[in-house]
Design a protein around this ligand. Structure first.
Ligand code: ADP
Ligand code: MG
Length: 320
């Protein structure tokens, strides 16, 4: 199979025609019709074999996750997905792998009307880099620098099960098989909170998606917004499987686990009901986990109002 046959068969042929894509795959660039009053939101995320996933990983799950982590960034800006590009390095053109990968990718892309508009394909160690393009009305993006003193701090869904699944992969037998399988869904098949992100436009102030762990990701909001926060560690919603584990492990994986792809966001206390209504409309649970304060830094308090200090840190590729 040639490079062009591969692109044609597995990527180009699967694309429906979409009005806002003036020109899709096949030319030197794709052309998008820009809508007035809108800003483009653009983000890239790369998945590298041996770093983000194990060799031999299920290609269908990889197709899903490679796009999901990108859509999660659009969700965190309150942007609506429009298109994506796919840069793919493959050791060899293997039909079964490409079929599985494109099935996983397109299942999620179609769910959000996100059209594949181009990319690049080369031989090399397995590496998947997706760029997503979304749209958000001018001035309505949920930026990291927009938290205000007095805001409530919220998180969607639950945290820590993906990190627990990773521990279970590295240490077989840690969890019973069925628990490992359920936790692994969170690790391999994250749900990007796109619908919630859109519902929170003009309600939330700042937002970020949780890829590296709550403590580290929340710190980005605090730094960019030049504020501090109080985090109620016992209010943080712990994943259902993690909730069966020891308390110390729950704190560790829920607060600093990574790979959750939930949204952490702030909104004024006056918007509390509006947040709950938006979450209900998006069919996504949200939990209030603290508040934004003027004093810089993050203070963590437990249910007994005791300040807690944890030794663990969020994930960092270059600090391990
Ligand atoms: P060029 O050499 O001009 O960069 P390519 O030969 O790399 O073009 O690609 C031909 C067309 O196929 C382009 O429109 C490109 O965007 C698209 N394409 C290449 N690889 C992929 C891919 N993995 N997924 C989607 N489109 C792709
Ligand atoms: Mg190219």
């Amino acid at each position: 199979m040639s490079e062009f046959e591969l692109i044609e068969q597995y990527f180009f042929a699967q694309q429906p025609a979409v009005p806002h894509i003036a020109l899709g795959i096949g030319d030197d660039c794709a052309l998008l019709a820009a809508r007035s009053g809108m800003q483009l939101a653009i983000s890239s995320d790369m998945l590298v074999e041996g770093r983000h996933f194990f060799a031999g990983a299920d290609p269908e799950l990889l197709g899903h996750k490679a796009l999901a982590v990108n859509l999660s960034d659009l969700a965190a800006m309150g942007a609506e997905p429009r298109g994506l590009t796919l840069a793919l390095a493959l050791p060899h053109a293997e039909a079964a792998w490409l079929q599985g990968f494109s099935r996983g990718l397109f299942a999620l892309a179609n769910q959000f009307d996100c059209t594949l508009i181009g990319g690049d394909t080369t031989r090399g160690p397995l590496n998947i880099c997706i760029t997503v393009i979304g749209e958000v009305p001018v001035g309505q993006a949920l930026r990291r620098d927009a938290a205000r003193v007095g805001d409530d701090l919220w998180v969607s869904g639950s945290l820590g099960d993906a990190r627990l699944a990773l521990a279970g992969c590295l240490q077989p037998g840690l969890l019973p098989d069925d628990a490992q399988q359920r936790a692994a869904q969170r690790l391999h098949k994250p749900t990007p909170r796109v619908v919630l992100g859109l519902a929170l436009r003009s309600i939330a102030h700042a937002a970020i998606d949780l890829s590296d762990g709550l403590l580290g990701d929340l710190a980005h909001i605090l730094q960019r917004s030049q504020v501090g926060a109080c985090l109620w560690c016992d209010a943080v919603p712990v994943g259902a499987i993690l909730a069966t584990q020891a308390q110390a492990l729950q704190y560790h994986y829920a607060l600093a686990g990574g790979d959750d792809y939930e949204l952490c966001f702030t909104a004024s206390a006056a918007s509390r009901q509006a947040v709950l209504d938006a979450a209900a409309a998006a069919a996504t649970p949200v939990t209030r986990i603290g508040c934004i304060e003027a004093a810089p830094g993050l203070r963590i308090v437990d249910q007994h109002h005791t300040e807690r200090h944890f030794a663990f840190k969020s994930f960092d590729h270059f600090d391990v």
